[in-house]
Design a protein around this ligand. Structure first.
Ligand code: ZN
Length: 384
């Protein structure tokens, strides 16, 4: 049942209507300063006519899976449980790029809306490929394939927009390629990502024009975000080698910046800490000393290590190591900051300073006239 009753009291400026629709596009790996590269595409259009934030602060670890799930749940990774693209859970074992949404501990925004009777759609978003606790997304494209072009996604979005009101989704979330691949391979400089950025920017303008052609901007709010930024790396820290040298057996659950070490023998905890601390580029924490924002009951290691760019945690030898990387703490590595743009219904031409990645879900709920639950870490952004 829809919460019409709350609207008059809490959200006088926004009225829940079946016409209102929110589109969220996530461009992978777009650092906050990349849109400056282009002066004639979708970003420039939104800068001139809509809302732009200086940057979006990603969650930590700032990698694709945790970030997308945070944007869909309004909480940090320690609460939703997707600590990295792959990780280890003491009860369930290894997770690796899984489409199984029941690994997510907190309900995604599409399930909140579907339970209110609001139709939703996703065209590739982490966690949306399968039902969460039996709650279906009305329209979902899967399985994930990086071969699907942005043009195909735009055509599907337009098809959804043209559905009659009773069938039309009111939330559409979609992942776009961004500049992630090229930056990982070749490096994070603006010169390197420029060609790919211009392509994405052109697609964004195409979508804006398609909506314009159908005179739908009175109903549609477009939000464009990224999951994380990008930086250059030059030093790989092989954690397995360090532990192997002292015959310490452990399961290693490593991201570029945060490593969870599950020891086979807990009596070796102090020894492991001592040998890891010899590497001055590592911060080493026993589980009992790990701050809350890194602590998940089943997925945080007995020892947690962290590092900053240009270092990267690894457990094997790479013949062609990546040159660009992300995952780092945005409070230490500013290059992790991403983008936030908005345009359309409920959005005024203005600038915001920084927005938090966990604000995306509350903002979607607000735009659709729903209450923001207390447990969420973020809050609805004032777009108008
Ligand atoms: Zn990513």
């Amino acid at each position: 049942m829809r919460t019409f009753f709350f609207l008059v009291l809490l959200l006088p400026t926004l009225v829940l209507s079946e016409d209102n629709l929110v589109i969220v596009i996530s461009m992978d790996g777009l650092r906050h300063d990349y849109p400056e590269i282009s002066t004639s595409g979708g970003f420039e259009f939104i800068k001139k006519n809509g809302l732009e934030a200086d940057s979006l602060i990603p969650v930590y670890q700032s990698t694709t899976y945790p970030a997308h799930v945070s944007m869909a749940t309004g909480v940090h990774p320690n609460k939703h449980g997707i600590l990295h693209n792959s990780f280890f859970d003491k009860e369930r074992g290894h997770y690796s790029y899984s489409p199984e949404s029941d690994w997510i501990d907190v309900r995604p925004v599409w399930t909140i809306l579907e339970e209110e009777g609001i139709k939703t759609a996703t065209y590739f978003w982490v966690g949306s490929e399968t039902d969460w606790n039996g709650i279906q997304i009305t329209y979902s494209k899967f399985p994930f394939s990086s071969r699907v072009s942005e043009t195909t996604k735009i055509n599907q979005i337009i098809e959804w927009l043209e559905l009659p009101n009773e069938e039309r989704p009111q939330l559409i979330m979609t992942w776009w390629h961004g500049v992630d691949s090229v930056a990982h391979k070749l490096g994070s400089s603006k010169e390197i990502v420029k060609k790919q950025l211009l392509k994405q920017d052109k697609h964004l303008l195409d979508l804006i024009k398609e909506i314009e052609d159908r005179s739908l901007w009175d109903e549609v709010t477009l939000i464009v975000v990224s999951d994380h930024g990008m930086t250059d790396i030059s030093n790989l820290i092989n954690v397995k080698e360090i532990l192997d040298a002292h015959s310490i057996e452990a399961i290693l659950s490593l991201g570029p910046s945060i490593g969870h070490i599950f020891l086979k023998n807990l009596e070796e905890t102090e020894l492991a800490i001592n040998v890891l601390e010899k590497n001055k580029l590592l911060k080493v924490l026993k589980k009992t000393k790990v701050p809350d924002y890194l602590n998940h009951p089943k997925r945080t290691g007995d020892i947690v290590i962290t590092t900053k760019s240009p270092n990267m945690l690894v457990k094997k030898v790479y013949s062609h190591p990546p040159l660009g990387m992300h995952g780092y703490d945005p409070a230490i590595n500013e290059e992790m900051k991403g983008i936030f743009f908005a345009y359309g219904r409920g959005v005024k031409k203005k600038k915001l300073k920084q927005v938090d990645q966990v604000d995306i879900t509350p903002t979607i709920l607000n735009l659709l006239g729903l209450e923001v639950p207390d447990y969420m870490d973020g809050e609805a952004l004032l777009l108008d």
